[in-house]
Design a protein around this ligand. Structure first.
Ligand SMILES: [Zn+2]
Ligand SMILES: [Zn+2]
Length: 186
């Protein structure tokens, strides 16, 4: 299947319906052909309010979850939503074909994901618009260390830049000179 741009919620719901009912034909590592749709496996689509993960696949409850906040930021943004849906559906198919060993993004998932037209990569494209966290921490020396990198040192609820501390003292330790600046984003 080719990727498609999704521009609004109505389009997403339509695509979702189409793609959940699409019959996939994939081969496992023994060369056997497996044919099914994700709807046939019992999965349905639900929104999540998650701000960090674009989509997820819950095998136990048979749910394909998409983050409403991230989806809304990416309407019309190339075919990112489409490929995220395919990514999650490929988890469902891989789990059906291989069972628990197809968890995560190993070779079993990868092979199925590629057969479903995706690239077998686990990460989202760099230009997917993400939801900003409520707070951003940044280094006062603008060294580029981000709060998402594990470079901060904590003392209670205050953080200082671990990268700059290493540069100056050779040790990764709390240093009030490099106290991270907190910005509230919303
Ligand atoms: Zn995944
Ligand atoms: Zn720094």
């Amino acid at each position: 299947m080719k990727g498609r741009t999704i521009n609004n919620e109505a389009e997403l719901l339509q695509v979702m319906d189409e793609i959940l009912n699409h019959v996939w034909e994939v081969k496992c590592n023994r060369g056997w052909t497996h044919r099914t749709s994700v709807a046939e496996l019992g999965y349905s689509f639900v929104w999540s309010g998650k701000k960090k993960s674009f989509g997820s696949c819950n095998y136990g409850r048979k749910l394909i979850k998409m983050s409403r906040p991230i989806v809304e930021l990416n309407y019309g943004n190339k075919d990112h939503i489409w490929w995220t849906v395919i990514h999650e559906l490929s988890h469902a198919i891989a789990h059906w074909v291989y069972g628990a060993k197809a968890c995560n993004h190993g070779k079993y998932w990868k092979s199925i994901n590629i057969q479903m037209g995706d690239d077998g990569e686990r990460c989202y494209a760099d230009d997917v618009v993400r939801v900003k966290g409520k707070y951003t921490l940044s280094c006062p020396r603008n060294c580029g260390a981000k709060d998402s990198q594990l470079m901060r040192m904590s003392r209670g609820r205050e953080y200082s830049c671990g990268t700059c501390s290493v540069k100056e003292t050779g040790r990764r330790e709390w240093n009030p000179n490099f106290k991270m600046v907190i910005t509230q984003n919303y």
